[in-house]
Design a protein around this ligand. Structure first.
Ligand SMILES: Cc1cc2nc3c(=O)[nH]c(=O)nc-3n(C[C@H](O)[C@H](O)[C@H](O)COP(=O)(O)OP(=O)(O)OC[C@H]3O[C@@H](n4cnc5c(N)ncnc54)[C@H](O)[C@@H]3O)c2cc1C
Ligand SMILES: NC(=O)c1ccc[n+]([C@@H]2O[C@H](COP(=O)([O-])OP(=O)(O)OC[C@H]3O[C@@H](n4cnc5c(N)ncnc54)[C@H](O)[C@@H]3O)[C@@H](O)[C@H]2O)c1
Length: 501
């Protein structure tokens, strides 16, 4: 059962075009079944699920099917290092090419799944081939929303999801080019920062009053607005885009509701995504803002699971379904889904959501070191619904862009965000969320949580004392190290491993 990188070799129950229809798998099995586990969606979530199955000791067939031609890769660099030509293409992939063969994972790229037959336990491919499954995992992710205005399909109107999209935007980011960005969300702001670094003139057009308003709320959104304005981005809020005007099929500007037009050589649209639920919906699975799953990431069909951007999963700590559109969720949920598919009853997904963003601007004076005002390196832990908090507490130095923000409701910490301060995610995680979890495994109620509303030092001291109670050296204390060496001023960019929260 050899893995393949070119999408041509079928195995483990796959049949090519004109094949014999639904067939059982031929490969070795580890679970008493002769059909493989099939994963639809060969990106971060799908590749991590295959890895987790092998790590859990599963020896049966794994078929990983993806419609993209690139082997599974991570998307965060597409709006950061890769877009800025700092991260080479070979660094964006989840696994090296040989990993799939070495782990007996059959990788079928350039292959779209067009339907699922839950009763027959098969998926049908675009070429009419069918693949039988024992268990099915859907990691189909999401697709960018299209701008519903005239002219949105012209040359020069770009969106960003895939590596080839990033290539196209990269080509447009030339010194002096006029770039209009529609949407001041994550894509809009990260592209704006990259475009400024490339020497382009950037106008960001956002429908709401501030960037990232629904995620961060007014107080912290204002920090992001100030930072991007300081670095030369023309941010315009409360605008209505009515048309993309053009010349001979190529975009030349963005027409707004007030009748003005913003001239543009290229327009980048980043107005959010929709979860890719088409397959699930057609198969009769329960869908509501994503594919609904239980705490084990199992959908309404007991043999079908979902993870990553597409999953609206029941979160036992929050007591409700939540869908998270971030990297760490696509990294970690597949481990739970894999264990659940293997019948492990304790496989429950209860991680607190985590995400990050990065941007760095060249100092205006060439001999100056990069100051925190020229960096935006942040991590966020927690979960806050839009307007679901009653106050934000800042600790640190907001003006210097080195701070931690806590979102609170009724004296409880819902989320925390560290900006240009590193190695504090453990204590923030302990504070954020419905239950305080300490390193010794104990759990506290709201009394300790109120400490988080006190001072940053109190939070860190409390955390440290809990760590010390565990015994020196029992677990490295990032907080202790950082506080001893560079109190509150550590701004090293964390490694991806550190970020695997
Ligand atoms: C440019 C960019 C930058 C980002 N930066 C960050 C960041 O800094 N921090 C952060 O936390 N998050 C970031 N994210 C979000 C993060 O990348 C996503 O949450 C993550 O990619 C979700 O992974 P996934 O595997 O669930 O889905 P996806 O990455 O969307 O992958 C789904 C895959 O399934 C395939 N597929 C879909 N339907 C089918 C089908 N029917 N048949 C076959 N294949 C199918 C798709 O082609 C795709 O390859 C970023 C996203 C983008 C686009
Ligand atoms: N650092 C990160 O975590 C990161 C980075 C890049 C992308 N992503 C993910 O990629 C996906 C796409 O990102 P995104 O930035 O497109 O979505 P987003 O949801 O983050 O932001 C979309 C923005 O567009 C605005 N908007 C919507 N319709 C508009 C319109 N017609 N005109 C003007 N503004 C409009 C919204 O108000 C919002 O501010 C998301 O899932 C996001 O989480 C995450």
């Amino acid at each position: 059962m050899a893995g393949t990188d070119n999408g041509t070799t079928g195995a483990d129950g796959t049949t090519g075009a004109g094949g014999q229809g639904a067939t059982g798998a031929t490969g070795a099995t580890g679970n008493g079944q002769d059909r493989p586990i099939v994963i639809v969606g060969a990106s971060l979530g799908g590749a991590k699920a295959a890895e987790a199955l092998r790590e859990a000791g599963y020896r049966g067939g794994i078929v990983l099917i993806g419609e993209e031609h690139e082997r599974p890769y991570e998307r965060p660099p597409l709006s950061k290092g890769y877009l800025q030509d700092k991260t080479p293409r070979e660094k964006i992939h989840v696994h090296p090419p040989q990993w799939y063969g070495q782990n007996d994972v059959t990788l079928r790229l350039g292959t779209a799944v067009v339907s699922i037959d839950p009763a027959g336990h098969t998926v049908t491919l675009a070429d009419d081939g069918r693949v039988a499954y024992d268990k099915l995992l859907l990691t189909t992710g999401s697709v960018p929303r299209r701008l519903p205005v005239p002219g949105a399909d012209q040359e020069g109107v770009l969106s960003l999801r895939r590596v080839e999209d990033s290539d196209r935007i990269k080509a447009a980011l030339r010194p002096g080019a006029r770039i209009a960005v529609i949407g001041a969300g994550w894509i809009g702001l990260e592209v704006a920062a990259a475009a400024r670094e490339a020497g382009a003139e950037v106008t960001v057009l956002e429908a709401l009053e501030l960037p990232l308003l629904r995620v961060l709320g007014r107080e912290v959104a204002q920090v992001f607005a100030d930072l991007h304005r300081d670095h030369g981005v023309d941010l315009r809020f409360g605008v209505q885009v009515t048309e993309l005007v053009g010349d001979g099929g190529t975009v030349t500007g963005v027409k707004l509701g007030d009748g003005t037009t913003v001239a543009a050589d290229a327009v980048v649209v980043g107005i959010g995504i929709s979860p890719a639920v088409g397959l699930a919906e057609a198969a009769g699975l329960e869908v509501d803002n994503g594919i609904k799953t239980d705490r084990h990431l199992r959908t309404s069909d007991p043999d079908v699971y979902a993870a990553g951007d597409v999953a609206n999963a029941y979160h036992p700590l929050f007591g409700k379904h939540i869908r998270v559109e971030h990297w760490a969720n696509a990294l970690n949920q597949p481990q739970t889904a894999a264990r659940a598919m293997l019948g492990q009853p304790d496989a429950v997904y209860d991680r607190i959501p985590y995400f990050f963003t990065d941007a760095e601007w060249t100092p205006r004076h060439p001999n100056e070191p990069v100051a925190s005002r020229d960096k935006l390196s942040m991590e966020y832990l927690g979960y806050v619904e839009p307007e679901g908090y009653d106050r934000v507490v800042f600790r640190g130095d907001v003006k210097a862009n080195e701070f931690i923000a806590f979102w609170l409701k009724d004296g409880r910490v819902l989320a925390g965000m560290n900006m240009n301060i590193w190695d504090v995610t453990d204590p923030i995680r302990a504070m954020a969320g419905p239950e305080v979890k300490w390193p010794d495994g104990s759990r506290d109620g709201p009394v300790d949580r109120r400490v988080a509303a006190g001072t940053l030092m109190e939070v860190l001291t409390l955390w440290e004392s809990r760590m010390q109670a565990l015994g020196a050296g029992s677990r490295p204390s990032a907080v202790r190290t950082r506080r001893r060496r560079r109190p509150l001023r550590c701004s090293n960019t964390p490694s991806r491993r550190q970020r695997a929260k």
